[in-house]
Design a protein around this ligand. Sequence first.
Ligand code: NDP
Length: 335
Amino acid sequence: NQRILLASRPDGKPAPEHFKFDSVPVGEPADGQVLLKVLFLSLDPYMRGRMNAGKSYAKPIEVGDVMEGGTVARVVRSRHPDFAEGDVVLSYSGWQSYAVADGATVRKIDASAAPVSTALGVLGMPGFTAYAGLLTIGQPQRGETVVVAAASGAVGSAVGQIAKIKGARAVGIAGGADKCAFLRDELGFDAVVDHRAPDFAAQLEAACPQGIDVYFENVGGHVWDAVFPLLNDFARVPVCGLIAQYNDTAPRPGPDRLPGVMREILSRSLLIRGFIQREFVDQRPAFEREMAAWIACGQVRYREDIVDGLEAAPQAFIGLLEGRNFGKLIVRVGE
Ligand code: NDP
């Protein structure tokens, strides 16, 4: 069993030395357990937080433990009545090629419905994050302007397309010409702005002539600074992620802007609401039904960025925090 462990905690950006490869014998399932061969490993921004010691919404990974992560795997031995050899399941097996799991912690995937990797992306946790955060907190109305950051990514691409389905105008923010062209030409965003452009803030303002009614926050940093002045009265801001600051180790220097932000929250009646997707778990069946239908009729399209081999995971993950992925980042671990 090939594994990647957390070797040490990064102070700032993660680097290859924070990860350690090792190899141990493949485990044996006990009663009620299954032995899994991992096919696909999902790489997600939240893993950066798990590498830190500090308490967040979830426990940190201990140094020396296998890096955590969602996976799609095949059952190779089953000692659980609900699973048979060959079943493909969604599991939380982490960065390794085999895993033993309790049957209660894995879930069968219908491999005939869609490519199984989508259970980690558009039909899985990131797609659900987009669906629940946008519809429950953002509540986009017909004709409103919805802006989403990290728009070509797993979450952002679904946010923009769901906003369109609800009759809103979707404005995407992404890094670089290729991602912007993809959003405009392939996903049908109404306008797209490159956050790396020197006049980004001015371009965003021009792309939102009616202001912003919903801002789906994935990034923070300079993107938030450009969005904030454009928020309309009663704008809703689902705060989903702040990837621009995940590698920060201390607050950035600068004036204290909190009083000004609070004043605007008050005077413009802004709703700024953070969330972790699992809070909305009750909506998961509705999401799965609706998203599958949207994909089937072409209203939602998705892009995956698949890298080959478990050994590629650390570099791919480091790149995710710098915008080097283009679409849902997935590692093909086994066949
Ligand atoms: P993506 O597929 O969108 O990949 C991350 C993207 O973030 C990069 O491609 C890059 O896009 C952008 N990015 C990275 N660093 C920066 C930076 N310094 N400044 C601006 N943009 C940057 O990832 P996901 O769709 O998986 O996740 C998107 C966000 O959603 C993350 O913040 C994540 O933490 C959050 N999330 C929250 C959940 C919740 O329950 N609250 C659940 C799942 C995800 P570009 O090149 O366009 O800049």
